[in-house]
Design a protein around this ligand. Structure first.
Ligand SMILES: C[S@@+](CC[C@H](N)C(=O)[O-])C[C@H]1O[C@@H](n2cnc3c(N)ncnc32)[C@H](O)[C@@H]1O
Length: 212
């Protein structure tokens, strides 16, 4: 996103997702969106900018704003997460204020397993049209995010997994349990009768729910 009023310090979203989302989002036409992992709000602002051009949007963002283990002390990408959270608030405020239609933004500061479980407990099963899973990159967390998100997604809705091929550079090589791929593979294999994979470049994996 090149708009100078946004404060982004990376181009993860532009690099990995934007070109696919430019085509995919109008096809899904989502009105109720859930994002797990918002960071500075690059993907959230994209969704607000893009969807609010033509319709109202309800966007729910979950993040601890503590970073993944790669952002924490001693991690490979140590970052001041309180500044990241401030930039998220700044960026999404601008996006919602200039939106063409009504945008209801709900922010949940907490761990995704807890926040997703609370949504299910509130009766939000089948509520969302599009869910973006871009939180923890640890395989056990990604598996839980996937399974809980599947419950929250409506039939025909789409689950998007970021970082399908992401690997953390570690001094001893790579550790598959610290990567999303084995969790996304396990989910897509176990749910193969209830989902279909949408053809797209492999840095993200897109899965459409076809039955409960
Ligand atoms: C890669 S960033 C998200 C990037 C964002 N979607 C974008 O496009 O700019 C991952 C985010 O997930 C959050 N996160 C990591 N583990 C989490 C967990 N278990 N629950 C909730 N959020 C988590 C981190 O705080 C971080 O902000």
């Amino acid at each position: 996103m090149s708009e100078s009023f946004y404060q982004f310090t990376n181009n993860w979203f532009e690099g990995a997702a934007k070109s696919v989302w430019d085509a995919l989002i109008p096809q899904i036409n989502p009105k109720r969106v859930l994002e797990i992992g918002s960071y500075e709000g690059a993907s959230a602002c994209y969704l607000i900018d893009k969807i609010s051009e033509y319709q109202d949007l309800e966007l729910h963002c979950i993040d601890t704003w503590e970073g993944g283990i790669e952002h924490q002390v001693g991690g490979s990408a140590q970052t001041d997460m309180s500044e990241v959270e401030q930039r998220f608030r700044h960026n999404t405020k601008i996006a919602t204020e200039r939106a063409g239609h009504i945008v209801d933004l709900f922010c949940y500061k907490g761990y995704s397993d807890i926040e997703l479980s609370k949504m299910l407990a509130k009766g939000m099963q089948g509520y969302f049209d599009f869910i973006y899973v871009d939180g923890s990159h640890q395989a056990p967390d990604v598996l839980l995010d996937a399974v809980l998100s599947f419950k929250l997604l409506r039939v025909d809705g789409v689950l998007a997994f970021d970082d399908y091929l992401w690997q953390e550079p570690l001094p001893y090589g790579t550790d598959p349990v610290r990567c999303p791929k084995i969790a996304i593979d396990a989910f897509s294999n176990i749910y193969c009768r209830k989902t279909r994979i949408i053809s797209a470049p492999l840095y993200q994996l897109y899965v459409q729910k076809i039955s409960e």
